[in-house]
Design a binder for this molecule. Structure first.
Ligand code: ATP
Ligand code: MG
Length: 608
């Protein structure tokens, strides 16, 4: 690869601060890895070089890129902010990996802290609000000082934080968000420890700087203060972690922090086809909060295909057919990726890929749609209908929909007909049981699809879903989507028995895939959320669910959030080296994404 002049300038930058600001595909990561090699060649000991990114996957990817460039093995440190500072805390304070609290354990302590300061710890929404406020505070320099919480009262938050901190100290645990805060406190309180770590590294390189938050910047600034050899690359247009406190303005501020810094701009795009560069430029120019950039394409035209489909099932089938075409033309699977807004949007495509035996990998676990409560409910009805009833199955659907039957009033005798009620004299109970028996007999003779519709619309499962959505503060249309998914999955099954068998097979397949999950991406299609696709590139990129409400998310209701959604879509479309397929559905009158029109919006056509 022949570096262009600006790239060369960045690679050969030796000492002092340097910022590389450039768009997607301009070689920022390429420059960064080459600079590591250049430093080693110039005599810098590899163990003094620290390369930092934001996710484990990105750190690994970077390490691989570097290893491909260099024949020898060099002990350069490739890490994430969390791995680096957690390592420091373990060494300096003696934390163990079992001291990190995550997920439910953390929520339990949050609830306990809320109870201590008389907050309603049974209100899941309130628990969520306090939990996310904690993350924000822990990722701020200065913690709660000058902070105005969004969703909760400031005094309550202060009391809560104190109680939460006390509990963590009592149990001697730490949560993921406080790792960086604790490291910062450690460096401030114990300058001798900071000094020791400042001596450990002499060159600092950061990829994807736009995702850095203030605390991370302070930490890296402190750590590199001995040499000031800090080299950051980034693109403000790809800042997609604002919700975690990322502050792309840090890139603008870099020069204020380091007045003598070298700033390099790269303006050739080596990845995207020329028509994609142009369309991506149209899209992103709709954002107001950005540094305008000049990006020149170096590649030829690629293929942009936008397709409307009737349902997610059709969308998945369309993608499978395109994948088969590509594969027949000699494209290997690892040159294909499928991107989506949310992990749960992947379920149709995962289902179809498994069915078609096309190899693929997911960074996360498979979406566990098969254990969704709605699917379990349908399965319970189906099992009961074909005579496989158990007490547990019966109880699980007893009040779905609500039949006002108390579980303790049921005496179960091995089959539905034999089900007895203690309160036999209660005519309401009796009627409800008889109706259930009649309904179950009826659905036993239906096709799975008809049975699902019957349970939903005639038996009243629909009203149960609507009540449940209110209780869980969920969107009922997401529940309907799960039912639709189940209908789609069982549409080729003639009988209820076949549907149950298929469900079991799919569950086994997903289990198997999750258990045998290997990082090996060779000759497999990559499935990524738009967020996790950042930094990657593929010959062929599919983005599914390009609908208003999905991309952009219906949760984006401010101008800032809409701009963040646009950046996320921008990240997605700029992953392609050749073909880009964008698909959306017109199901339930959903609109296609407003971003599709913006691809053709040119600022030179716009009225002043
Ligand atoms: P992103 O913002 O998406 O992370 P990036 O700026 O980090 O993109 P890279 O991934 O480093 O871009 O590079 C994009 C592609 O362009 C890579 O395949 C890289 O090998 C190639 N490339 C970079 N510079 C050159 C060059 N001078 N000549 C040819 N190819 C290049
Ligand atoms: Mg990159």
């Amino acid at each position: 690869m022949n570096l262009n002049d600006s790239q060369q300038k960045a690679v050969s930058h030796k000492n002092g601060p340097c910022l590389v600001l450039a768009g997607p595909g301009s070689g920022k990561t390429a420059v960064l890895t080459r600079r590591v090699c250049a430093l080693i060649e110039s005599g810098v000991p590899a163990r003094e070089i620290l390369v930092i990114t934001f996710t484990k996957a990105a750190a690994l990817e970077m390490k691989e890129r570097f290893e491909r460039l260099s024949d020898d093995i060099h002990p350069v440190t490739f890490g994430t902010f969390h791995s680096l500072f957690w390592g420091i805390l373990q060494k300096e304070i003696g934390f163990k990996s079992t001291d990190i609290i995550l997920g439910n354990t953390r929520t339990k302590i949050i609830r306990e802290a809320m109870a201590k300061v008389n907050l309603d710890h049974d209100d899941s929404l309130l628990v969520k609000s306090f939990s996310s406020e904690l993350s924000v505070i822990n990722n701020r320099v200065g913690g709660m000082d000058n902070y105005l919480p969004k969703a909760v009262d400031k005094k309550e938050l202060r009391d809560f934080v104190l109680a939460y901190e006390n509990l963590k100290a009592k149990y001697h645990v730490i949560d993921f968000d406080d790792m960086l805060k604790k490291a910062y406190e450690l460096f401030v309180k114990k300058p001798e420890i900071l000094k020791k770590w400042q001596n450990r590294f002499s060159y600092f390189l950061v990829d994807e700087m736009q995702d850095m938050n203030d605390l991370q910047f302070q930490l890296i600034k402190m750590l590199s203060a001995r040499t000031n050899n800090i080299f950051c690359v980034g693109d403000d247009d790809q800042s997609i972690y604002g919700f975690r406190g990322a502050n792309p303005k840090l890139m603008e501020d870099f020069r204020n922090h380091y007045p003598d810094s070298n700033v390099v701009v790269l303006d050739y795009n080596y990845r995207n086809p020329i028509n994609i560069v142009e369309k991506a430029g149209n899209l992103i120019s709709k954002n107001t909060m950005r540094f305008p950039k000049k990006i020149m394409a170096t590649a030829d035209e690629g293929n942009l295909c936008i397709k409307e489909l009737k349902s997610e099932g059709d969308e998945a089938e369309y993608i499978i057919s395109k994948i088969n075409e590509l594969s027949a033309d000699g494209t290997s699977f690892d040159e294909i990726s499928i991107l989506y807004r949310n992990h749960s949007d992947a379920r149709y495509i995962v289902d179809k890929l498994l069915e078609s035996k096309i190899p693929f990998y997911l960074k996360e676990k498979m979406p566990n749609i098969y254990s969704h409560f709605i699917i379990s409910d349908m399965e319970a009805y189906f099992q009961i209908a074909i005579g496989n009833e158990t007490r547990a199955r019966l109880l699980s659907i007893l009040n779905r929909p609500n039949r006002f039957l108390h579980r303790r009033s049921v005496e179960y005798r091995g089959n539905l007909q034999g089900m007895k009620f203690f309160y036999k004299d209660n005519p309401g109970c009796l009627r409800a049981t008889e109706a259930l028996i009649t309904d179950v007999n009826l659905i036993s003779k239906m096709s799975p699809c008809a049975a699902i519709n019957y349970i939903k619309n005639v038996m009243g499962y629909d009203s149960f879903l609507r009540e449940e959505a209110v209780k869980q503060n969920a969107d009922v249309s997401e529940y309907y989507d799960v039912l639709d998914f189940f209908i789609e999955m069982t549409k080729d099954c003639k009988t209820i028995k076949q549907a149950i068998d298929k469900l079991n097979i799919m569950r086994l397949k997903v289990d198997y895939e999750n258990k045998t999950k290997v990082i090996d991406k060779k000759n497999k299609i990559g499935l990524y959320t738009l967020h996790s696709s950042k930094g990657l590139e593929f010959e062929n990129v599919f983005i599914i669910g390009v609908n208003d409400g999905i991309i952009p998310s219906n949760k984006a209701d401010s101008k800032e959030e809409m701009e963040a959604e646009r950046r996320l879509f921008y990240v997605g479309i700029t992953r392609t080296k050749r073909n880009l397929y964008l698909t959306y559905t017109n199901k339930k009158n959903r609109d296609k994404s407003r971003f599709l029109d913006e691809l053709n919006y040119s600022s030179s056509n716009a009225s002043p």
